[in-house]
Design a protein around this ligand. Structure first.
Ligand SMILES: O=P(O)(O)O[C@H]1O[C@H](CO)[C@@H](O)[C@H]1O
Ligand SMILES: O=c1cc[nH]c(=O)[nH]1
Length: 232
């Protein structure tokens, strides 16, 4: 048992899927895993381990934002020996060509979070995806005919910005979309020499103001989940 996870050693698989929402973790476990067993309920941050096509895989919520995912990623890696951390999240598009329901692989994560400035004494660190997971995700998507976009994303500390138009600076420099955890996840994976990849489904667009309905989100999330589970 660690501070925020009540699982016993060995309860968590080497590969884990990490949605922000603990209820999405429960839905993934109940929808896709065989024989899922719940290993965590502390703070209602549900975690499950089951099998997918005969392989052991876990899924657990991370909460929202870099501080929250950093707590769970730290404990999963150092207390439970997790080696592959695959974030499955939603994101807001910053580009005209990144449409609602598109799937985006985060090659790198820019950030307005202060955590790496603190860590690196004011210098910039570039958190990047693990090459082997990234390459495998491309192959899986190709074999399943699932179109993908990939590039730099923004990990933001804010969901509600004071200045709505501030996204345009990131957009001008090629950032594809915004979410709130990946820079923290990629940095910790690098520190501990494990693998991490973020797969995102576009749930809304800052460019057009469109939003997906709950039903649409559920079905498009399925494509993202299939890529993530095949990676496991
Ligand atoms: O859908 P999830 O994985 O929670 O990801 C996105 O949604 C939340 C904001 O609504 C943030 O956690 C953001 O990163
Ligand atoms: O962090 C997020 C996630 C989805 N949509 C956004 O605009 N921001």
């Amino acid at each position: 048992m660690s501070v925020h996870i009540e699982a016993k050693k060995g309860d968590i698989a080497e590969t884990i899927l990490l949605p922000g929402d603990p209820l999405r973790a429960k839905w993934i476990a109940e929808t896709f895993l065989e024989d899922p067993k719940c290993f965590n309920k502390i703070r209602n941050m549900y975690g499950y381990t089951g099998t997918y096509k005969g392989k052991r895989v876990s899924v657990m919520g991370t909460g929202m934002g870099v501080p929250s995912i950093s707590i769970y990623a730290n404990e999963l890696i150092t207390d439970y020996g997790v080696k592959n951390l695959i974030r499955v999240g939603s994101a807001g598009s910053y580009q005209k060509h990144i449409k609602i329901r598109d799937i985006v692989l985060a090659m790198a994560a820019s950030s307005n979070s202060g955590i790496n400035k603190l860590r690196f004494g004011g210098a910039d660190y570039a958190p990047t995806a693990s090459f082997n997971l990234f390459q495998k995700a491309l192959e899986i998507a190709k074999s399943k005919d699932i179109p993908l976009k990939a590039g730099n994303i923004l990990t933001s500390d804010e969901f509600y910005e004071d200045d709505f138009n501030s996204y345009k600076k990131w957009s001008e420099f090629g950032v594809l979309c915004v979410e709130m955890e990946t820079a923290g996840l990629y940095t910790l994976a690098a520190k501990h020499d494990v693998n991490a990849l973020t797969i995102l489904t576009i749930s809304d667009s800052l460019v057009t103001g469109e939003r997906t309905t709950s039903k649409e989100r559920e079905t498009t999330f399925k494509d993202m989940m299939e890529i993530a589970l095949e990676l496991a």
